[in-house]
Design a protein around this ligand. Structure first.
Ligand code: ZN
Ligand code: ZN
Ligand code: ZN
Length: 138
């Protein structure tokens, strides 16, 4: 069980009931979430501005990262690596399911080191895969 109070504290974030709920939502999710989905799950009393602000703060402090989305919506997933407010450190692929439109972090696939673009300094490489997720293959 993750100590949400401690995680928020370590990332320099104020502890509010909403932020704890939001963080546990990301820890419990095996895929990723958009602001709209967060609102649908926790919504009721929380306005969108609060959700956007919290997501932004979580991203800036290295708790969650942006993942590609089939419809180009802003979608986030939990960071399992050593991310901080200084920078995000990721080397995994993302998988977009064509059936349920979910995006999954595929931590088992590491992006290979890419070089050879003459004159260009590569600082970041992204790998997005598409297909059917395990739940959608039946
Ligand atoms: Zn990260
Ligand atoms: Zn699926
Ligand atoms: Zn990811």
């Amino acid at each position: 069980m993750t100590d949400l109070d401690l995680v928020l504290k370590e990332h320099g974030l104020r502890k509010t009931t909403f932020r704890k709920e939001l963080l546990s939502l990301f820890y419990d999710s095996n895929s990723s979430l958009t602001a709209e989905e967060v609102k649908n799950i926790l919504g009721h009393t929380t306005d969108k501005v609060t959700i956007y602000r919290a997501l932004d703060a979580f991203e800036k402090t290295g708790l969650i990262h942006r993942v590609p989305d089939k419809s180009n919506l802003t979608r986030y997933a939990i960071c399992h690596s050593e991310c901080s407010s200084i920078k995000h450190v990721h080397n995994h692929a993302h998988f977009i399911c064509n059936s349920c439109n979910e995006t999954f972090c595929i931590n088992d696939i590491k992006i290979p080191h890419i070089e050879g673009a003459k004159g260009f300094l590569i600082k970041n490489a992204k790998l997005t895969l598409e297909g059917d997720c395990p739940q959608c293959q039946s």
